[in-house]
Design a protein around this ligand. Structure first.
Ligand SMILES: *Cc1c(COP(=O)(O)O)cnc(C)c1O
Length: 360
């Protein structure tokens, strides 16, 4: 069976060795005669998987017990509301950096539960670059400032984390968590869907400073209350058991490959290869402003929409699939998360040069 190089924005490619390990353990996990998805989440066998996954996550992120690491469901989208429900009572207004479609949705979702202020936006230029936090825009009494570290649809990334002083900083890291080194202690909370860099869909990760817990709005559903979920070890109800197991295998893979600082080097190299091809000829045009370019989602165009469509078609015939851009940008998007090997990116670069020659 030939595998393709899958450039999908999420769910996305998984490391081959992880899939093989899961396959090997499919019928009987460590001699139990059961697959992980058949196990009770309260049993010691499953709990050892859960604990190992949390331990690996904490080790890779560099987090001690002053932070809770929660394994939840409902996606990053569920956490857009949960963020406001759990943290808005820390102040009178939440500040948002409107850097992309997901940030915009998060801001609108939060507005159902708290006063929000848009601190900066690049919506008027279709999010081609990330908006910087304007000096003096954080008002006294703000509950938190919210940002999206990598904007999946537009292919942009914050190269510097804004300084919010004493005000709590919250980040949606769904599309670049563990792809580069972050000092997690700079954030009061981090939310991330797992399906881009951590594992399969179905698992949502929340990292939150424990000193911020205990302020959830009264209307907060139990499963969205970070404080309750922390007390219950993410097991108020049935957690996404299999997705957590798979995430554990992915984190083990990441650790075995040198951890985040090593994968970051490879990610820089991978994205540079693609941007070099885009910049080296008139034929391709990057969608994002060079100052804000993402290392995870490389967005670009050929000459016109018909040629873009032809590119997508012919790339797929060469085993390079899911390169069509999001409808808010159109054009092309190559998502190159941690599990995309450098050979996949090299293959895409070769294809781009060939396609250019044939269609110039
Ligand atoms: C994919 C993505 C989301 C949405 O995640 P779901 O898990 O589908 O809710 C939110 N924010 C960012 C930055 C994303 O890339």
């Amino acid at each position: 069976m030939d595998r393709v190089f899958n450039f999908a924005a999420g769910p996305s490619m998984m490391p081959l060795s992880v899939l093989e390990k899961a396959q090997k353990e499919m019928l009987s996990y460590e001699g139990s005669g059961m697959n992980v998805m058949e196990m009770t989440h309260r049993g010691s066998l499953y709990l050892s998987i859960f604990d190992k996954t949390e331990r690996l996550f904490r080790e890779l992120a560099g987090l001690d017990d002053s932070y809770a690491v929660l394994f939840l469901q409902g996606g990053a989208t569920g956490q857009f509301a949960a963020t406001a429900m759990n943290l808005s009572a820390l102040g009178n207004c939440a500040g948002y950096l409107d850097s992309g479609n997901f940030a915009h949705i998060a801001m609108n979702e939060a507005a159902k539960y708290t006063q929000v202020a848009c601190l900066a936006s690049t919506r008027d230029i279709n999010y081609r670059s990330v908006p910087v936090l304007p000096e003096g825009s954080i008002r006294p009494g703000m509950s938190y400032v919210y940002m999206t570290t990598n904007n999946t649809i537009f292919g942009t990334r914050y190269s510097r984390i804004p300084d919010t002083g004493d005000t709590v900083l919250v980040a949606d890291m769904s599309s670049n968590i563990f792809s580069e080194v972050y000092d997690f202690t700079r954030f009061g909370a981090v939310i991330a869907g797992a399906q881009k860099n951590i594992g399969p869909a179905g698992l949502t990760i929340v990292v939150v400073r424990r000193s911020l817990l205990g302020h959830a709005l009264e209307i907060t559903p139990q499963i969205m209350d970070w404080s309750i979920m922390d007390k219950k070890g993410s097991m108020l109800n049935t957690p996404p058991t299999y997705a957590i197991y798979m995430a554990g295998l992915c984190l083990e893979w990441l650790k075995d490959n040198g951890g985040i600082s090593e994968i970051e080097k490879i990610n820089i190299q991978k994205s540079a290869l693609l941007y070099d091809v885009i910049d080296s000829a008139d034929f391709y045009r990057g969608a994002a402003d060079p100052s804000s370019r993402s290392r995870m989602n490389v967005t670009f165009f050929t000459r016109d929409a018909d040629t873009d469509a032809k590119f997508v078609r012919e790339a797929a015939e060469s085993g390079l699939v899911n390169i069509k851009g999001h409808r808010l940008v159109n054009g092309l998007r190559a998502s190159i998360y941690n599990a995309m090997p450098i050979e996949g990116v090299e293959r895409l670069c070769d294809f781009m040069r060939k396609f250019e020659k044939e269609n110039r």
